[in-house]
Write a protein that binds this ligand. Structure first.
Ligand code: SF4
Ligand code: SF4
Ligand code: SF4
Length: 533
């Protein structure tokens, strides 16, 4: 019998209990589940800042409830994207070699990537609920498109604890690798359509291998190149996710069907227990817990934007470091559009006899430098502000890569979370030139199927906005992200940092200044880049 533990920090310090046997019968239980009990002592106080208002529960509406309870719900969301992405794969091989006329490359790079960022900032993990990569692999793992089956295909291995404890950092690693490959082959340029095809096929194949080796959505929780980005930036979004309605009912629950699986639903594929969820970080919105809970104690909640950035008490070190790494990567992606970078990269390539951009040394070196500079800035803020007599016992975080009981992480966790909106805005702004310059090509590529589209069509060269207008939009997006970050940082600083700092004004000024600095750097680079794709 495989043991599944809840939460990324499966080696949590918090007491655990093995869930009791499911009274439904052993045939319906494919895995035993280790669960972390909710914060029993003072649970009300502990979760109240993170619990959405009961008034914002969407399944109170009977139509929405019926839709979410329907087992075909997620299948029908995934299906259109599945069709489109297999078209991308096929058209990359058999379609035109002109990237702007190939529907596969056009929809992937001129529209899809930008839409994913809009979805994550507005909703959260909206993309994950309809994602064809995880969806396809899950269909095969479950041997069905939508039904509740009992035996999964594959080895059903559990991810070893020493690896799982790295949490989002694993995903950042795969994202860095994928980004380097994409830049090296100029896939998103977009370059040759068959490269896009190979890349998408590679993601589908990797997902499938992981789904067949490991249980549930281990791939989505730990290894998908997008999961750290969607999870952290998605914390800005308004979907609180599927949450418990009454935590006491979960504490007293004897079956834990939401984690084990019940007659109507699978156990949570993402290892997220609604009974202890306090953010939308790792809820893939699949609705299985809603279907499985025999007590009807799960609802689909919406929340005010930024709630999952500001409110969580149990912040994670792997998430905080991931945010700084993602920030380092997006700064690199801005810097690599400048002439200075071109000179450095050419020089290194000549010295190392490396064929072309991007040289792996400057790629890793610069991302590392930007990340370390951000971590260093946070260290300085902590060093300047922290009270000498500070206790390292509270607040605790659970199941993290590093212990939260250091003076550094007392500042790292809140400040890194506070930077999420400006990081998210920067990723979104970086995608805008392709959308705003080349989206009309998507329509030409559709016409080209029917023999009515080529590179001489005026629409092919039309831009939605001029280059100076694109820069203005990018600056506006960063300014909005910075404003959101300022608001989040203000709230977080007041709640978490003033009590550990020697001077309330100084700590407020320093954390807010860090946001202004980050926003200012991003804006400066966009002005220098001058709308480069
Ligand atoms: S984590 Fe990745 S593979 Fe899984 S659903 Fe989300 S985007 Fe798709
Ligand atoms: S969500 Fe439902 S099944 Fe899960 S612990 Fe709570 S009451 Fe039990
Ligand atoms: S089972 Fe529930 S908590 Fe788990 S990912 Fe799906 S919707 Fe989210």
């Amino acid at each position: 019998m495989t043991i599944v533990e809840e939460g990324v920090g499966q080696g949590t310090a918090r007491a655990r209990e093995e869930a009791p046997a499911n009274p439904i019968g052993p045939d319906l239980i494919t895995q035993a589940v280790r669960l972390r009990a909710p914060y029993r002592k003072g649970a009300q106080d502990h979760f109240s800042p993170t619990d959405p208002s009961p008034g914002l529960e969407l399944t109170k509406n009977s139509h929405i409830a019926r839709l979410v309870r329907n087992r075909k719900f997620q299948f029908l969301l995934i299906l259109p994207n599945q069709i489109i992405f297999w078209m991308v794969i096929v058209l990359g091989v058999v379609g035109t070699v002109v990237p702007g006329l190939n529907f596969g490359t056009a929809i992937t790079w001129y529209l899809w990537f930008c839409l994913v960022f809009v979805m994550m900032t507005v909703v959260g993990r909206a993309w994950c609920v309809m994602c064809p990569f995880g969806g396809f692999a899950e269909w095969i793992q479950r041997k069905t498109f939508w039904q509740r089956t009992q035996k999964a295909l594959g080895l059903g291995k559990k991810l070893p604890q020493p690896i799982a404890r790295y949490g989002f950092l694993l995903s950042v690693g795969t994202f860095l690798l994928l980004t380097w490959i994409e830049e090296f082959f100029n896939i998103a340029g977009p370059g040759a359509p068959h490269d896009t095809s190979l890349m998408v096929l590679g993601i589908v194949a990797s997902a499938l291998i992981f789904f067949l080796l490991f249980e549930r959505r281990t791939f989505c929780r730990y290894f998908c190149p997008l999961t750290a980005l969607i999870g952290s930036v998605g914390a800005m979004g308004s979907a609180a996710g599927f949450r418990t309605k009454d935590r006491q009912v979960c504490i007293d629950c004897k079956t834990k069907d939401c984690m084990r699986g019940g007659e109507e639903g699978y156990g949570c594929p993402w290892y997220t227990w609604p009974g202890s969820a306090d953010s939308n970080l790792s809820c893939g919105l699949c609705s299985e817990c809603y279907k499985a809970c025999p007590s009807g104690n799960v609802g689909l909640f919406i929340q005010k934007p930024l709630t999952s950035v500001i409110a969580p008490v149990r912040r994670r070190v792997d998430v905080a470091i991931s945010i700084t790494l993602l920030w380092g990567l997006v700064l690199y992606q801005q810097f690599n559009a400048t002439n200075v970078y071109g000179t450095i990269d050419d020089w290194l390539n000549t010295k190392m006899h490396f064929p072309q951009y991007p040289n792996p040394v400057d790629y890793i070196g610069l991302i590392g430098l930007f990340t370390l500079a951000t971590l260093g800035l946070i260290w300085v803020i902590g060093r300047v502000n922290i009270r000498k007599d500070i206790s390292l016992q509270e607040p605790k975080t659970y199941g993290t890569l590093l212990s939260a009981k250091t003076k550094y992480t007392k500042y790292l966790l809140p400040i890194a979370y506070g930077l999420i909106p400006v990081v998210g805005a920067d990723y979104f702004a970086r995608q805008l030139p392709k959308l705003l310059k080349h989206l009309p090509r998507l329509f030409v590529s559709i016409g080209a199927w029917f023999g009515h589209g080529n590179t001489h069509y005026s629409l092919y060269s039309d831009h939605l906005l001029s280059v100076p207008q694109i820069v203005n939009v990018q600056v506006a997006v960063i300014a909005l992200g910075a404003l959101a970050s300022l608001w989040a940082m203000w709230k977080i600083t007041n709640r978490e940092l003033i009590s550990v700092s020697r001077n309330a004004l100084l700590v407020r000024v320093s954390t807010l200044a860090s946001v202004v600095l980050c926003g200012g750097i991003a804006i400066g680079l966009y002005i220098i880049m001058h709308g480069a794709s």
